[in-house]
Design a protein around this ligand. Structure first.
Ligand code: UDP
Ligand code: MG
Length: 309
Protein backbone atom coordinates (compact mmCIF):
# COMPACT_ATOMS: atom_id res chain seq x y z
CA UNK A 1 0.00 0.00 0.00
CA UNK A 2 1.16 3.50 -0.81
CA UNK A 3 -0.03 6.83 0.59
CA UNK A 4 0.17 10.08 -1.39
CA UNK A 5 -0.03 13.35 0.48
CA UNK A 6 -1.00 16.30 -1.70
CA UNK A 7 0.04 19.75 -0.48
CA UNK A 8 -0.76 22.89 -2.51
CA UNK A 9 1.61 25.76 -1.71
CA UNK A 10 1.37 29.41 -2.65
CA UNK A 11 3.91 31.76 -1.04
CA UNK A 12 4.40 29.42 1.90
CA UNK A 13 8.14 29.94 2.57
CA UNK A 14 7.42 30.39 6.27
CA UNK A 15 5.72 27.02 6.64
CA UNK A 16 6.98 24.46 4.07
CA UNK A 17 9.90 23.21 6.16
CA UNK A 18 7.74 22.67 9.21
CA UNK A 19 4.92 21.05 7.25
CA UNK A 20 7.43 18.73 5.56
CA UNK A 21 8.78 17.74 8.97
CA UNK A 22 5.36 17.03 10.47
CA UNK A 23 3.92 15.31 7.40
CA UNK A 24 6.98 13.08 6.93
CA UNK A 25 6.81 12.10 10.61
CA UNK A 26 3.14 11.16 10.28
CA UNK A 27 3.74 9.28 7.01
CA UNK A 28 6.50 7.23 8.66
CA UNK A 29 4.14 6.22 11.45
CA UNK A 30 1.74 4.66 8.95
CA UNK A 31 4.25 1.96 7.93
CA UNK A 32 3.09 2.47 4.34
CA UNK A 33 5.21 3.51 1.41
CA UNK A 34 4.54 7.21 0.83
CA UNK A 35 5.11 10.27 -1.35
CA UNK A 36 4.73 13.93 -0.42
CA UNK A 37 3.59 15.86 -3.49
CA UNK A 38 4.11 19.58 -3.06
CA UNK A 39 2.50 21.72 -5.75
CA UNK A 40 4.20 25.07 -6.07
CA UNK A 41 1.36 27.24 -7.38
CA UNK A 42 3.47 30.02 -8.89
CA UNK A 43 4.85 31.31 -5.57
CA UNK A 44 6.68 34.61 -5.73
CA UNK A 45 8.78 33.92 -2.65
CA UNK A 46 11.34 31.24 -1.80
CA UNK A 47 8.89 28.34 -1.60
CA UNK A 48 10.30 26.59 -4.66
CA UNK A 49 13.96 26.68 -3.62
CA UNK A 50 13.06 25.43 -0.13
CA UNK A 51 11.07 22.58 -1.67
CA UNK A 52 13.91 21.82 -4.09
CA UNK A 53 16.29 21.50 -1.15
CA UNK A 54 13.92 19.10 0.61
CA UNK A 55 13.52 17.05 -2.56
CA UNK A 56 17.31 16.70 -2.91
CA UNK A 57 17.58 15.35 0.62
CA UNK A 58 14.49 13.13 0.61
CA UNK A 59 13.27 11.25 -2.47
CA UNK A 60 9.79 10.93 -0.95
CA UNK A 61 9.38 14.63 -1.68
CA UNK A 62 8.02 15.32 -5.16
CA UNK A 63 7.38 18.75 -6.64
CA UNK A 64 5.00 19.90 -9.32
CA UNK A 65 6.05 23.40 -10.25
CA UNK A 66 3.36 25.49 -11.99
CA UNK A 67 4.21 28.05 -14.65
CA UNK A 68 2.18 30.66 -12.74
CA UNK A 69 -0.44 30.94 -10.00
CA UNK A 70 -3.43 28.91 -11.14
CA UNK A 71 -5.23 28.75 -7.79
CA UNK A 72 -5.75 26.29 -4.98
CA UNK A 73 -8.28 24.05 -6.75
CA UNK A 74 -6.04 23.64 -9.82
CA UNK A 75 -3.09 22.81 -7.57
CA UNK A 76 -5.05 20.08 -5.80
CA UNK A 77 -6.25 18.77 -9.18
CA UNK A 78 -2.65 18.50 -10.42
CA UNK A 79 -1.74 16.60 -7.25
CA UNK A 80 -4.57 14.10 -7.71
CA UNK A 81 -3.78 13.72 -11.42
CA UNK A 82 -0.14 12.91 -10.68
CA UNK A 83 -0.28 10.83 -7.51
CA UNK A 84 0.55 7.12 -7.55
CA UNK A 85 -0.78 6.07 -4.12
CA UNK A 86 -3.56 3.63 -3.34
CA UNK A 87 -4.78 6.27 -0.94
CA UNK A 88 -4.31 10.03 -1.11
CA UNK A 89 -4.72 12.81 1.43
CA UNK A 90 -5.34 16.43 0.45
CA UNK A 91 -4.03 18.84 3.06
CA UNK A 92 -3.13 22.55 3.25
CA UNK A 93 0.50 23.53 3.68
CA UNK A 94 -0.19 25.84 6.60
CA UNK A 95 -0.79 23.10 9.22
CA UNK A 96 -4.28 24.40 9.99
CA UNK A 97 -5.40 20.85 9.42
CA UNK A 98 -3.25 18.93 11.93
CA UNK A 99 -1.20 16.18 10.22
CA UNK A 100 -1.93 13.71 13.08
CA UNK A 101 -5.55 13.66 11.94
CA UNK A 102 -4.33 11.71 8.89
CA UNK A 103 -3.68 8.73 11.17
CA UNK A 104 -7.22 8.99 12.47
CA UNK A 105 -8.54 9.15 8.90
CA UNK A 106 -6.59 6.04 7.92
CA UNK A 107 -7.96 4.19 10.90
CA UNK A 108 -11.54 5.20 10.05
CA UNK A 109 -10.95 4.27 6.41
CA UNK A 110 -9.84 0.78 7.38
CA UNK A 111 -12.49 0.23 10.02
CA UNK A 112 -15.38 1.39 7.84
CA UNK A 113 -13.92 0.29 4.54
CA UNK A 114 -14.69 3.79 3.25
CA UNK A 115 -13.78 5.34 -0.08
CA UNK A 116 -13.64 8.86 1.33
CA UNK A 117 -12.95 10.11 4.84
CA UNK A 118 -13.66 13.86 4.89
CA UNK A 119 -12.55 16.18 7.68
CA UNK A 120 -15.31 18.10 9.45
CA UNK A 121 -14.23 21.16 11.39
CA UNK A 122 -15.54 21.02 14.94
CA UNK A 123 -14.01 24.41 15.60
CA UNK A 124 -11.82 26.87 13.76
CA UNK A 125 -9.19 28.76 15.70
CA UNK A 126 -7.56 32.01 14.75
CA UNK A 127 -9.80 32.98 11.88
CA UNK A 128 -11.61 36.26 11.44
CA UNK A 129 -15.24 36.50 12.51
CA UNK A 130 -16.08 37.51 8.95
CA UNK A 131 -14.56 34.33 7.53
CA UNK A 132 -16.28 32.13 10.11
CA UNK A 133 -19.72 33.62 9.48
CA UNK A 134 -19.47 33.74 5.67
CA UNK A 135 -18.14 30.17 5.55
CA UNK A 136 -20.87 28.89 7.85
CA UNK A 137 -23.69 30.39 5.79
CA UNK A 138 -22.07 29.66 2.45
CA UNK A 139 -22.00 25.88 3.10
CA UNK A 140 -25.60 25.91 4.34
CA UNK A 141 -27.00 28.02 1.50
CA UNK A 142 -25.14 25.99 -1.13
CA UNK A 143 -26.61 22.86 0.39
CA UNK A 144 -30.13 24.29 0.16
CA UNK A 145 -29.65 25.38 -3.44
CA UNK A 146 -27.96 22.29 -4.78
CA UNK A 147 -29.49 19.01 -5.85
CA UNK A 148 -26.50 17.19 -4.36
CA UNK A 149 -26.22 17.16 -0.57
CA UNK A 150 -22.84 18.24 0.78
CA UNK A 151 -21.53 17.78 4.29
CA UNK A 152 -21.29 21.22 5.93
CA UNK A 153 -18.13 22.72 7.53
CA UNK A 154 -15.97 20.52 5.33
CA UNK A 155 -12.99 21.70 3.33
CA UNK A 156 -10.75 19.81 0.95
CA UNK A 157 -8.88 18.09 3.81
CA UNK A 158 -9.77 14.44 3.21
CA UNK A 159 -8.56 10.94 2.47
CA UNK A 160 -9.61 9.41 -0.86
CA UNK A 161 -8.96 5.98 -2.28
CA UNK A 162 -7.91 4.77 -5.76
CA UNK A 163 -11.51 4.42 -6.95
CA UNK A 164 -12.19 8.08 -6.24
CA UNK A 165 -8.82 9.15 -7.71
CA UNK A 166 -9.53 7.27 -10.95
CA UNK A 167 -13.05 8.70 -11.21
CA UNK A 168 -11.69 12.17 -10.51
CA UNK A 169 -9.14 11.81 -13.30
CA UNK A 170 -11.94 11.06 -15.76
CA UNK A 171 -13.76 14.33 -15.03
CA UNK A 172 -13.63 16.73 -17.93
CA UNK A 173 -14.92 19.89 -16.26
CA UNK A 174 -12.39 22.67 -15.86
CA UNK A 175 -13.63 25.04 -13.21
CA UNK A 176 -13.65 22.55 -10.38
CA UNK A 177 -15.22 22.78 -6.95
CA UNK A 178 -13.37 19.73 -5.69
CA UNK A 179 -15.07 19.08 -2.34
CA UNK A 180 -18.44 19.21 -4.14
CA UNK A 181 -17.35 16.90 -6.94
CA UNK A 182 -16.07 14.27 -4.53
CA UNK A 183 -19.36 14.33 -2.54
CA UNK A 184 -21.27 14.13 -5.81
CA UNK A 185 -19.46 10.90 -6.77
CA UNK A 186 -21.08 8.88 -4.02
CA UNK A 187 -19.43 5.64 -2.83
CA UNK A 188 -18.92 5.28 0.89
CA UNK A 189 -18.03 8.61 2.50
CA UNK A 190 -17.61 9.02 6.23
CA UNK A 191 -16.75 12.04 8.39
CA UNK A 192 -13.77 12.52 10.68
CA UNK A 193 -14.21 15.32 13.24
CA UNK A 194 -11.25 17.49 14.17
CA UNK A 195 -10.30 20.90 15.55
CA UNK A 196 -8.98 23.25 12.91
CA UNK A 197 -5.96 25.13 14.21
CA UNK A 198 -4.48 28.51 13.63
CA UNK A 199 -2.13 28.98 10.69
CA UNK A 200 1.45 27.93 11.63
CA UNK A 201 2.89 31.11 10.09
CA UNK A 202 2.24 33.62 7.36
CA UNK A 203 -1.19 34.87 6.38
CA UNK A 204 -4.14 33.54 4.42
CA UNK A 205 -3.70 33.13 0.66
CA UNK A 206 -7.47 33.37 0.25
CA UNK A 207 -8.29 37.08 0.24
CA UNK A 208 -11.93 38.18 -0.20
CA UNK A 209 -11.60 38.25 -3.99
CA UNK A 210 -10.50 34.60 -4.16
CA UNK A 211 -13.16 33.63 -1.61
CA UNK A 212 -15.90 35.16 -3.78
CA UNK A 213 -14.57 33.47 -6.91
CA UNK A 214 -14.44 30.15 -5.10
CA UNK A 215 -17.97 30.52 -3.70
CA UNK A 216 -19.31 31.47 -7.15
CA UNK A 217 -17.68 28.39 -8.68
CA UNK A 218 -19.31 26.19 -6.04
CA UNK A 219 -22.71 27.76 -6.52
CA UNK A 220 -22.70 27.82 -10.31
CA UNK A 221 -21.38 24.31 -10.79
CA UNK A 222 -23.86 22.72 -8.40
CA UNK A 223 -27.04 24.76 -8.71
CA UNK A 224 -29.28 26.07 -11.46
CA UNK A 225 -31.41 27.93 -8.94
CA UNK A 226 -29.84 31.36 -9.61
CA UNK A 227 -31.10 31.07 -13.19
CA UNK A 228 -34.58 30.49 -11.86
CA UNK A 229 -34.22 33.56 -9.69
CA UNK A 230 -34.49 35.60 -12.89
CA UNK A 231 -37.84 33.99 -13.68
CA UNK A 232 -39.13 34.72 -10.19
CA UNK A 233 -37.94 38.32 -10.18
CA UNK A 234 -39.47 38.80 -13.62
CA UNK A 235 -42.80 37.37 -12.48
CA UNK A 236 -42.88 39.52 -9.35
CA UNK A 237 -42.04 42.59 -11.41
CA UNK A 238 -44.81 41.93 -13.90
CA UNK A 239 -47.36 41.37 -11.13
CA UNK A 240 -46.30 44.63 -9.43
CA UNK A 241 -46.57 46.46 -12.74
CA UNK A 242 -50.09 45.12 -13.38
CA UNK A 243 -51.28 46.12 -9.91
CA UNK A 244 -49.79 49.56 -10.31
CA UNK A 245 -51.42 49.96 -13.74
CA UNK A 246 -54.75 49.10 -12.21
CA UNK A 247 -54.30 51.66 -9.43
CA UNK A 248 -53.40 54.38 -11.92
CA UNK A 249 -56.39 53.51 -14.09
CA UNK A 250 -58.79 53.71 -11.17
CA UNK A 251 -57.31 57.00 -9.91
CA UNK A 252 -57.52 58.46 -13.40
CA UNK A 253 -61.19 57.51 -13.69
CA UNK A 254 -62.09 58.77 -10.23
CA UNK A 255 -60.17 62.02 -10.42
CA UNK A 256 -58.82 62.90 -13.91
CA UNK A 257 -57.20 66.13 -12.70
CA UNK A 258 -54.85 64.43 -10.21
CA UNK A 259 -52.38 63.13 -12.78
CA UNK A 260 -49.84 65.69 -13.78
CA UNK A 261 -47.42 64.82 -11.05
CA UNK A 262 -45.73 61.39 -11.03
CA UNK A 263 -42.04 62.01 -11.61
CA UNK A 264 -41.06 60.10 -8.45
CA UNK A 265 -43.05 57.01 -9.29
CA UNK A 266 -41.69 56.87 -12.85
CA UNK A 267 -38.11 57.14 -11.65
CA UNK A 268 -38.66 54.52 -8.94
CA UNK A 269 -40.17 52.07 -11.37
CA UNK A 270 -37.44 52.62 -13.94
CA UNK A 271 -34.72 52.06 -11.37
CA UNK A 272 -36.40 48.98 -9.95
CA UNK A 273 -37.01 47.24 -13.26
CA UNK A 274 -33.62 48.32 -14.57
CA UNK A 275 -32.08 46.66 -11.53
CA UNK A 276 -34.06 43.47 -11.95
CA UNK A 277 -33.02 43.23 -15.59
CA UNK A 278 -29.35 43.88 -14.92
CA UNK A 279 -29.34 41.31 -12.14
CA UNK A 280 -30.89 38.68 -14.38
CA UNK A 281 -28.53 39.43 -17.23
CA UNK A 282 -25.62 39.27 -14.81
CA UNK A 283 -26.63 35.83 -13.60
CA UNK A 284 -26.99 34.63 -17.18
CA UNK A 285 -23.58 36.12 -17.91
CA UNK A 286 -21.95 34.09 -15.13
CA UNK A 287 -23.23 30.84 -16.55
CA UNK A 288 -22.34 31.79 -20.11
CA UNK A 289 -18.87 32.80 -18.92
CA UNK A 290 -18.46 29.33 -17.47
CA UNK A 291 -19.64 27.72 -20.71
CA UNK A 292 -17.17 29.93 -22.58
CA UNK A 293 -14.30 28.73 -20.38
CA UNK A 294 -15.28 25.09 -20.86
CA UNK A 295 -15.67 25.55 -24.62
CA UNK A 296 -12.18 27.01 -25.00
CA UNK A 297 -10.93 23.76 -23.53
CA UNK A 298 -7.69 25.18 -22.22
CA UNK A 299 -5.78 23.04 -19.74
CA UNK A 300 -6.54 23.73 -16.10
CA UNK A 301 -2.90 24.28 -15.25
CA UNK A 302 0.50 24.39 -16.93
CA UNK A 303 3.42 22.57 -15.34
CA UNK A 304 6.84 24.15 -15.68
CA UNK A 305 8.76 21.16 -14.28
CA UNK A 306 8.41 18.15 -12.04
CA UNK A 307 10.95 16.90 -9.51
CA UNK A 308 11.47 13.29 -8.33
CA UNK A 309 8.67 11.88 -10.50
N1 UDP B 1 -3.10 28.01 -2.08
C1 UDP B 1 -2.66 27.71 -3.38
N2 UDP B 1 -2.93 28.63 -4.37
C2 UDP B 1 -3.61 29.79 -4.14
C3 UDP B 1 -4.07 30.05 -2.82
C4 UDP B 1 -3.80 29.14 -1.82
O1 UDP B 1 -2.05 26.68 -3.63
O2 UDP B 1 -3.80 30.55 -5.07
C5 UDP B 1 -2.81 27.03 -1.01
C6 UDP B 1 -2.13 27.63 0.23
O3 UDP B 1 -0.73 27.64 0.08
C7 UDP B 1 -2.58 26.67 1.32
C8 UDP B 1 -3.96 26.24 0.85
O4 UDP B 1 -4.03 26.52 -0.54
O5 UDP B 1 -1.76 25.53 1.40
C9 UDP B 1 -5.06 26.94 1.59
O6 UDP B 1 -4.86 28.33 1.57
P1 UDP B 1 -4.97 29.24 2.87
O7 UDP B 1 -4.46 28.50 4.06
O8 UDP B 1 -4.33 30.54 2.59
O9 UDP B 1 -6.54 29.43 2.97
P2 UDP B 1 -7.41 29.53 4.32
O10 UDP B 1 -7.02 28.39 5.18
O11 UDP B 1 -7.09 30.85 4.89
O12 UDP B 1 -8.82 29.43 3.82
MG1 MG C 1 -5.18 27.96 5.78
Amino acid sequence: MKLSIIIPCYNEELVVNESYKQLAAVAQQTAMDYELIFINDGSKDNTYSLLKQLSDEDKHVKIINFARNFGHQCAVTAGINNCTGDLAVIIDADLQDPPEVILQMLEIQQRENANVVYGVRKSREGESRFKLITAKYFYRILNKMSDVKFPVDTGDFRLIDRKIIDQFNQLKEKNKYIRGLISWMGYKQVPCYYERKERFAGETKYPLKKMIKFATTGLLSFSKKPLKLAIWLGTIAVVCALIYALIILILKLVNPASFVVGWTSIILITIFFGGVQLLSVGILGEYIGNLFDEAKDRPEYIIDNKVNF
